[in-house]
Design a protein around this ligand. Sequence first.
Ligand code: AMP
Ligand code: ZN
Length: 116
Amino acid sequence: MDNCIFCKIIRKEIPCNKIYEDTDIIIFNDINPAAPVHFLMIPKQHIDSLYDTQDDQQSLLGKMLLLAPKLAKEQGCEDGFRVVINTGRVGGQEVFHLHIHVIGGRERLAPMIHSN
Ligand code: AMP
Ligand code: ZN
């Protein structure tokens, strides 16, 4: 995926503030954090969105989800955090390379859904 910004980060063509990497996954801080802790968990394999995941990616998805609480704690989220996967236009996805947001900090996060 030549023009995908996250693939460029994976290929090290664009720098990132990396907090974890292995053969399958790279994890780095969001460039525009929504809270004191805000990192993105990304599979190295380009997958457009959660819509595009397949049954044989079960272990990859599970691996990322299992890493989330470990890294959240390491990054200072001792009392909770939020995991978000924006998907598609309605979900507000801006970068079409699957990523898991992990968001937290000291204070309680704002409610995610506002009724109006
Ligand atoms: P989403 O709306 O779920 O697609 O979110 C995309 C996220 O990627 C946003 O929170 C951006 O701040 C973040 N982002 C975009 N470019 C970069 C980058 N070069 N390094 C780190 N985070 C980025
Ligand atoms: Zn990509």
